[in-house]
Design a protein around this ligand. Sequence first.
Ligand SMILES: [Zn+2]
Length: 243
Amino acid sequence: MSVPDELLAHTPTSSVCKVCGSAAALYGVTDFNKSCGENGGHYFPLSGIPVYYHQCGHCGLVFTNAFDRWSPAQYVQHIYNDDYVLVDPDYVDARPRSYADFVQQFVRKAHNPALLDYGGGNGKLAALLAEQGFNAHSWDPIADSGCALPALASFDLVTAFEVIEHTPEPLATTRQALSFLQDDGVMLFSTLTIDHLPPTRRITGTSHRAMATSRFTPAARLKSCSAHSVTASITSTTSRIWP
Ligand SMILES: [Zn+2]
């Protein structure tokens, strides 16, 4: 496997929080090939490439700077390649199908809403909604990086399911997703959160092969919303991904 030069660069002991701008100390390190596919029994061989994480001392966000300078082409080469389905098999059909049911319930009282699934990857969610007669579109910063942007300020609902934790720029990504909303539109997003971190500082539950670059505490998620003057309604706060 080729090793991106950026991953071999020296990692500083301190960084700046990607959400609130406070100081963030080194938190932990894991192997580049750590994958959530291990939950299903699939293990990639260790790559020998360390990926360091920092944690914000204020809002608790855990994040890495390791992928900050990657191009879309590098993401496709190293992450979203033919092996991606081994890491995240539900990405192909099961997860978009469950979200399609959820979105249909969410907009059931709206009249012909314009829907955009931001970060929609293969576009499956929007395709399923379109099959049901919805005016649904998909745009993904990586998969559609060479395509034209959707029209700004033109959608009634922008969804971003499990997107924010996969971007090296969570605030910029959120800002771009919001830019597609009409003034009275609604953004519906989800991301895993953590309430408590293990004292061992051993990162055992994240997944670089799925590009999980950040883990949000509830405080970090609220701050990411307040940075854009967005009112957040958090319906579920905890999913324990790190033992
Ligand atoms: Zn912070």
